[in-house]
Design a binder for this molecule. Structure first.
Ligand code: MOS
Length: 719
């Protein structure tokens, strides 16, 4: 293993996106674009109540409508063999108990599918679904997290445990104190690509699926389990994903329903969710209330911190995330307590959304740090440096790498932090108030297990294969870059990385900022072993840059290949491994209209060696835009009288557009961490967003003197 003192690999431009031309020319085939002979289309009729039971459902008109092949409800749905007894309302909610469609007549949230129409065209299916009429026995519902906070409890499973070290209540007797509440509303992933499942049974016990998923192997597993099929009888393909941000991390009930419908109608069935159904079928970032109680000595040393959070979940399933976790290890403080609760509501189950709970938690913690700096009258970066954790305060372990101080400096220099004035509301430009703010992000940097096959073929192509899905982040490009740095004598255009297919060697689901490390580590190991195997083949005295085509021809071999499974080293257990980000924002706020314009963004990532500079930059830029959306615009708004979203479309659920986004500078510390993997790379997908919303809120405070603790920061809150 290399160590930190060895050279930093050169920070080159990196290769272009290997799928860039395919994407910009429309040649990239997304899951919804597959057409099979005899294709049929499924559309859902949805519940118009929030809680209760279906008393009766009239599907006659739908069944008679032109082109209709089947109308599936709880009354006639064929059993999914892997679904046991259906949803049992008497069973307590536990993690991992997803909703099942059409197993009984209960309605658990507004917009829940109550019938599925399969027709020979999408339009005919849509029309027929509109003809379905249901009568309900309505029960009172609860969808408001604030109103139901008293019902909140520690989760039974998941990340439930409260945490305490030292005497957290020490904050109360500190010289300087902050005690504030923060709210992050529902955020919905809303990628451009809608959720897609296309199922085609090729035999009684064999099914082929094209799906939007972040993990073809996990989708394959879920379908095999639901239909009690041998795993190899389920084929899942996902070649391109048009953004997911977490909403395709798990297999949702509408996907199982699609596979079930295809079996019933004996034709391929394609389900593409509507934009409306994206809001309540494939998860969302849960509404989360937080409270930070924080105390420091007069010289700015933290003496006690308590971070509490209460988030919503569904009535039937626990969803938990790491909202309060960063507070345990982010700053050196002897006394820290965290409390995490969830409150069950009559809604669909939330899920991870980019940055997941850490992004929610960082909004509170990094806002509170800014408030503390303000009260102390010291620079917010200086406050963070005074409380810098040199070792992990949660477990005493050294960090595998941490270059946070350097990241602060790089970002401060780039944004012109020295122009910031401590007293808010002081700076103006052309009649606009000007402010600077910053926020820190952190996310675990691990390495999982993956299997990669690498082959040098007779024509000199280096073919690398693994099942991983690329959700748009540039995995294919990064893997090609890693391979090209090992096989320096194979031109990049002769390296082919094949992915997104469950029949390929297994890789984990793309998520949690772990794929470059996990799959990249396995690609690195496979390529290294393949190179050695080739050396052995040509024997001693051979060049280390042989002519592969010539050697294979001489030996009369079609190819030389290796299949390698690899994972993180056991040494990693002795270290805490995190990626860090520091986001710097300059905003302009209009004093009369409350409009906030983000004027400059500088994001600095301490994510180890940058494997693929171009796609890494894209990750940081995309995360920054997502974070600006979270800070200023995004809010899934429910009318709690009806338990229904009022803005379930792109017109009313605002996300940033190009005109909202200035030039974004993505900087990288680019220091390798070889403890995590042989490339020295740490993840960056999540840290690109984590901490950004606090940076914006802190900049708005610096501009206006108004502290907004409830996202999004819309103009009305500033007037
Ligand atoms: Mo990410 S929230 O792990 O897709």
């Amino acid at each position: 293993m290399k160590n930190d003192t060895q050279h930093t690999p050169p920070f080159t431009e990196g290769i272009n996106r290997v799928d860039g031309i395919l994407k910009v020319t429309g040649a990239a085939k997304y899951s919804a674009e597959y057409e099979l002979p005899g294709m049929s289309y499924a559309v859902f009729a949805i519940s118009t109540i929030t809680k209760g039971t279906i008393a009766s459902i009239d599907t006659k008109a739908a069944e008679r409508a032109p082109g209709v092949l089947a109308v599936i409800t709880h009354l006639n749905a064929p059993k999914v063999p892997g679904y046991q007894t259906g949803s049992d309302p008497d069973k307590p909610a536990t993690s991992g108990g997803p909703l099942k469609f059409f197993v009984d007549n209960t309605v658990k949230y507004n917009g829940q599918p109550i019938a599925m129409v399969v027709a020979d065209s999408f339009e005919r299916a849509t029309h027929a679904a509109s003809l379905i009429k249901a009568q309900y026995n309505k029960e009172p519902h609860e969808t408001d997290t604030e109103k139901n906070k008293a019902k909140a409890a520690n989760p039974k499973g998941g990340r439930g445990g409260d945490y305490k070290r030292g005497t957290p209540d020490d904050w109360k007797t500190a010289a300087v104190k902050v005690e504030q509440e923060y709210v992050v509303p529902i955020n919905v992933h809303n990628p451009m690509e809608l959720s897609v499942t296309l199922a085609h049974w090729t035999a009684d016990d064999k099914v082929t699926v094209y799906a939007k998923t972040q993990g073809v192997k996990s989708t394959q597993n879920a379908i095999a389990q639901a239909f009690k099929l041998p795993i190899e009888n389920v084929q899942v393909t996902t070649k391109f994903v048009g953004g997911a941000f977490g909403n395709a991390l798990r297999t949702w009930p509408h996907e199982i329903a699609t596979v079930q419908a295809a079996k019933l109608v004996k034709r391929p069935v394609k389900t593409v969710l509507t934009r409306e159904l994206q809001f309540n079928t494939v998860g969302y970032r849960p509404y989360t209330w937080q409270k930070i109680s924080m105390g420091a000595s007069a010289d700015g040393k933290l003496t006690g911190v308590i971070h509490e959070a209460t988030a919503q979940t569904s009535s039937f399933e626990e969803f938990t995330e790491g909202t309060v976790n960063m507070t345990r290890f982010m700053y050196a403080c002897p006394s820290v307590g965290t409390i995490y609760k969830i409150t069950p509501l009559d809604v669909n189950t939330p899920t991870w959304m980019r940055g997941p709970g850490e992004a929610t938690g960082a909004f509170a913690l990094e806002s509170a740090m800014d408030e503390l700096a303000d009260k102390l009258g010291i620079d917010p970066i200086e406050l963070r440096i005074r409380n810098h954790a040199d070792t992990d305060p949660e477990n005493g372990k050294p960090f595998s790498s941490k270059n946070l101080k350097e990241a602060y400096q790089m970002g401060a220099d780039k944004i012109g932090w020295s122009n910031r004035i401590l007293k808010p509301g002081t700076l103006t430009e052309d009649g606009w108030l000007v402010g600077y703010g910053m926020g820190t992000g952190v996310f675990g940097a691990g390495r999982g297990r993956a299997t990669v096959k690498a082959a040098i073929q007779a024509d000199g192509t280096l073919l690398i294969q693994t099942s991983v899905t690329d959700i748009g982040v540039g995995t294919g490009t990064a893997m090609t870059q890693i391979a090209s740095e090992i096989f320096t004598n194979i031109p990049v255009k002769k390296i082919k990385f094949e992915l997104g297919d469950s029949s390929l060697p297994p890789s984990p689901t793309q998520g949690g900022s772990a794929i470059t490390s996990t799959v990249g580590g396995a690609v690195h190991d496979a390529c290294t072993q393949l190179k050695e195997k080739f050396q052995q083949l040509i024997g001693n005295g051979g060049t280390d840059k042989p002519d592969y085509v010539k050697v294979l021809k001489e030996k009369n071999m079609p190819q030389v290949d290796v299949t390698v499974t690899s994972s993180g080293s056991t040494e990693m257990r002795n270290f805490s491994s995190y990626s860090y980000s520091v986001h710097f924002i300059k905003v302009k706020v209009h004093p009369k209209t409350g409009v906030v314009r983000v004027d400059k963004v500088v994001s600095v990532a301490d994510s180890g060696h940058i494997v693929s500079p171009k796609t890494a930059r894209s990750q940081i830029v995309g995360g920054a835009i997502g974070g600006i959306g979270m800070a200023l615009m995004e809010e899934g708004l429910m009318d709690h009288r009806y338990g229904r979203y009022v803005n379930n479309n792109y017109a009313d659920y605002h996300v940033p557009i190009s005109a909202d986004i200035p030039q974004i500078d993505a900087l990288f510390v680019n220091k390798p961490d070889y403890r995590v993997n042989p490339m020295g790379a740490k993840g960056m997908g999540e840290i690109a967003l984590i901490g950004m919303s606090a940076a914006v809120a802190n900049a708005v405070y610096n501009a206006t003197g108004k502290r907004i603790r409830e996202l999004p920061i819309t103009p009305d809150k500033l007037l």
